[in-house]
Write a protein that binds this ligand. Structure first.
Ligand SMILES: CCCCCCCC(=O)SCCNC(=O)CCNC(=O)[C@H](O)C(C)(C)COP(=O)(O)OP(=O)(O)OC[C@H]1O[C@@H](n2cnc3c(N)ncnc32)[C@H](O)[C@@H]1OP(=O)(O)O
Length: 203
């Protein structure tokens, strides 16, 4: 149920919200999505539009357009609790060890979920300064995992976060991670502006 969120001024680059179940999502992934999406009803949680640009540029974790082959995910944010939760299904193009997900693909989702969570406390744009991951168990290709991130501390432009990744049923911890995101200074933002689409979406 991808939905066109809005189209850029230059028509060839539309922004499409992919953070919705599609036919490539397993029943497990869909069930967890609907559980998480139910949390948006009372306003505590917000579903983050997971955009796909259809022009030349692609958000890395949205850049495989064959449904189900890459990252299939939706992220939900809880501003009051400074948390983010993500349900992610890893497609077959993300293989690392045979039949298991590449550690860099898991790192991508940890970076994205914690980076999205950092929007709870940081303004403007921020970049990952540090990302540390403990890989506890291999992640099966095609499986669904849940990412749970929270802000632990904010010091001015710095946000320190932690996260862990569990199996779909929550019974197994697959990874844990910490990160530091640094908000761009005014001066950096000025320099970065030329790279930002006017109605840039943060995924
Ligand atoms: C949409 C949300 C999802 C986003 C997911 C994707 C996120 C990404 O992939 S971002 C891409 C990967 N990251 C990068 O390319 C960042 C490259 N690094 C940089 O640009 C810069 O080092 C940057 C912006 C992080 C910090 O630089 P700068 O703004 O000059 O600040 P700087 O003064 O060096 O550091 C600011 C503070 O952070 C601290 N800091 C910076 N890096 C580190 C680090 N690696 N470890 C610990 N502390 C650090 C500094 O010590 C300083 O602390 P304090 O203010 O207490 O003195």
């Amino acid at each position: 149920m991808a939905r066109q969120v809005n189209s850029q001024r230059n028509q060839e680059e539309a922004v499409i919200d992919l953070a919705w179940p599609n036919e490539a999502w397993s029943d497990v992934t869909k069930e967890i999505f609907h559980q998480l999406n139910a949390g948006t009803e009372n306003g505590d949680w917000t579903r983050h539009p997971g955009y796909l640009r259809t022009g030349e540029r692609r958000l890395y974790c949205r850049n495989i357009s064959e449904q189900g082959k890459g990252f299939e995910y939706a992220i939900f944010i809880n501003k009051r609790e400074q948390r983010a939760t993500c349900v992610c299904q890893f497609g077959p193009y993300l293989e690392g060890p045979p039949s298991h997900v590449h550690g860099g693909a898991v790192a991508t989702m940890l970076d994205t979920v914690m980076g999205t969570c950092a929007y709870n406390v940081l303004e403007g744009f921020h970049l990952t300064a540090n990302l540390n991951i403990n890989y506890k168990k291999p992640v099966r290709l095609g499986s669904t995992a849940i990412f749970l991130a929270k802000v632990d501390k904010q010091e001015n432009r710095k946000a320190y976060l932690s996260a862990y990744v569990t199996s779909a049923d929550g019974s197994t911890t697959l990874c844990d991670a910490t990160s530091l995101f640094v908000q761009l200074s005014q001066e950096q933002m000025e320099k970065a502006k030329k790279y930002l689409p006017q109605d840039s979406h943060n995924d």
